[in-house]
Design a protein around this ligand. Structure first.
Ligand code: NDP
Length: 280
């Protein structure tokens, strides 16, 4: 089995971004990272995103609010960031604390600055197969992982495990746009292993440590693991038991070092495109 590493795909995306940065005539795009509270997952993603943006020559600014912030105040603060002309793109770290209305923020965010594809306009475009908006970065990272490695998608049987609006559903739509034959699995799916085993490309986005093993992987399958979990020993792992599928899969992404590394590269590329669109 070949390990599909994120670093090489991220480097290819960087090259693409560098071409587009030239059109910005010296302007350096700036991402606002909006965080409420100090969740370790958010802090880790924020660190990774900042590092990646810096390596692309892009700027980021963190806007951090206490977990106790009231809904009305948060919306006011968010609107100010949204309207700030120095900000080209916004990444909202989610989920927000329950008392904050996430749906309202999705409607407030300017679709042109919505580099992680959370606004109704950008989501609708993903579902319509319209590439003029921003798709959620993780979903697009999976597609980039395949494209940069020149793995054909059209006509292939693809199974996506997970149907969240953050990953599973948009990813299924992006696969459909690439002319794959798509199956979506979730907690009510019967015979999950059989359905997964039938796939030529299997994408796991369930958020359950090592839930898929060799019994869920067909001979020669390409496995993309989106999951970021912690195993019983406190180690980072994916939704797929990477070690167990070595004799079945043709290629698979490791965790860490797989899809996650590409997600932040896609975020950086989106930021460049957001800045370009604001120059028009
Ligand atoms: P959610 O919890 O929102 O959704 C999980 C989905 O998986 C649900 O649709 C759920 O089904 C399904 N699911 C859960 N357990 C099972 C099971 N046992 N069998 C079949 N389906 C199952 O998670 P997210 O979509 O937000 O994230 C998924 C994973 O991706 C997480 O590990 C997260 O950390 C990771 N992630 C990684 C990113 C990256 O950059 N690599 C970025 C974002 C997320 P149902 O709808 O029926 O409940």
């Amino acid at each position: 089995m070949i390990a599909l590493k994120g670093a090489q795909v991220s480097a290819a995306i960087k090259e693409q971004a560098e071409q587009e940065i030239k059109k910005l005539k010296g302007k350096v795009p700036c991402l606002a990272i909006v965080r409420v509270g100090e969740r370790p997952d958010d802090l880790s993603y924020e660190r990774g995103a900042k590092k990646k943006l810096e390596s692309f020559g892009l700027e980021s600014r963190s806007f951090v609010f206490p977990e106790t912030i009231e809904n009305e105040s948060f919306q006011k603060e968010f609107k100010a960031i949204n309207e700030n002309p120095e900000i080209d793109g916004i990444l909202l770290l989610r989920p927000l604390p329950r008392h904050l209305d996430e749906k309202a923020i999705e409607k407030i965010i300017d679709p042109q600055k919505d580099v992680d594809g959370i606004s109704p306009e950008n989501i609708a475009k993903v579902f319509a197969g319209d590439e003029t908006g921003f798709a959620p970065c993780t979903a697009e990272a999976v597609i980039q992982m395949l494209k940069v490695n020149q793995i054909p998608i059209a006509g292939k049987r693809v199974t996506v495990v997970g149907r969240s609006m953050v990953v599973g559903k948009p990813l299924a739509m992006l696969f459909l746009k690439e002319n794959a034959t798509v199956t979506i699995c979730h907690t009510k799916t019967e015979n999950l292993n059989e359905t997964c085993k039938n796939a030529q490309i299997l994408a796991a986005a369930a958020g359950k440590a090592k839930m898929l093993n060799q019994d869920a992987v067909g001979e020669g399958a390409i496995v993309l693991d989106v999951g970021i979990n912690v195993d019983e020993n406190g180690k980072l792992c994916g939704d797929v038991d990477f070690e167990s599928i070595g004799d079945k899969a043709a290629m698979a992404t490791p965790v860490p070092g797989g899809v996650g590394a590409v997600t932040t590269a896609v975020l950086a590329l989106h930021l460049v495109r957001a800045a370009l669109s604001r120059m028009d």
